[in-house]
Ligand binder design. Structure first.
Ligand SMILES: [Zn+2]
Ligand SMILES: [Zn+2]
Length: 264
């Protein structure tokens, strides 16, 4: 199948405090690279009841500006780029009512399950080093997948980031996530940021976007989709990285989506 459509549904903005570049810079870079579909899914501004202030997401009061800025750009680039406005959210059972209430003003959500229950107190799942922590990730992530709120699971093997060896617990976790994705028909993201980071010096654990995860995924009838997880516009300047990833996944026997159904 030709890679006729280049799409990315995982784009951040500087509001999350760890991304750089204006929305328009991301859009222009994507257009220049040949993307025709661009989804912004910045980190969810959870309305913490404890008074906690996160340093890795926008504040709840910034959400209206995020939506307004992207809506204006959607109009400005109409006809050249299909722009979708979403959020990358964890699965926080205590705050799901709030999230459900936000749905009417959003095009989509993706599940990026970074923290255990809430980052007010829960661990970062990218720092799992023990099987019981991995099991927490799997249980909560599958609960999120089953909620039906999310369009895909971002960086499904984030739990391997600092995990030291690919042991039985790690393999079981990959199987459980893939089995759930197949049963729910929920696409799994091949995270291009994680793929690039694995080769950085100083990587402590297995990293994420691992060969091991995708070898297991290929044993299930799941859909894969590439996700740039762009935190700087330059990450959208390399369409060949997306094309190569899609080809490699298809070579493993995986079905790969170019676009998300309903957001094409
Ligand atoms: Zn981020
Ligand atoms: Zn992300």
């Amino acid at each position: 199948m030709p890679d006729s459509v280049l799409a990315n549904y995982h784009t951040h903005t500087p509001r999350c405090q760890h991304a750089v570049g204006s929305e328009e810079h991301y859009i222009r870079t994507a257009l220049q690279a040949g993307f025709t579909v661009l989804g912004f899914a910045d980190h969810c501004p959870w309305p913490y009841r404890s008074g906690f202030v996160s340093n890795c997401r926008m504040l709840p009061r910034q959400l209206p500006d995020y939506l307004a800025a992207l809506r204006a750009l959607r109009s400005r680039y109409d006809g050249r780029l299909r722009l979708y406005i979403g959020l990358e959210c964890e699965y926080y059972p205590a705050y799901m009512d709030w999230l459900t209430g936000q749905l009417p003003q959003l095009d989509y959500l993706i599940l990026g399950n970074h923290f255990d229950r809430t980052d007010e107190s829960g661990m970062y799942f990218g720092a799992c080093t023990r099987p019981d922590e991995v099991q927490r990730y799997v249980t909560l992530t599958i609960a999120g997948m089953e909620s039906g709120l999310y369009r895909y699971l971002a960086h499904p093997d984030l739990f391997l980031n600092h995990y030291p060896v690919f042991d039985k617990a790690a393999a079981n976790a990959c199987h459980a996530l893939c089995e759930a994705a197949a049963a729910l028909d929920l696409p799994l993201e091949y995270n291009l940021l994680g793929e690039a980071r694995q080769h950085e010096p100083g990587q402590r654990g297995l990293g994420y976007t691992t060969e091991q995860f995708w070898a297991i995924a290929a044993q299930y009838p799941v859909n894969a989709i590439g996700g740039g997880d762009a935190h700087e516009p330059g990450q959208l300047a390399q369409p060949q990285q997306v094309i190569a990833a899609k080809q490699a996944l298809r070579a493993k026997g995986l079905a790969v989506l170019d676009t998300l159904p309903g957001l094409e």
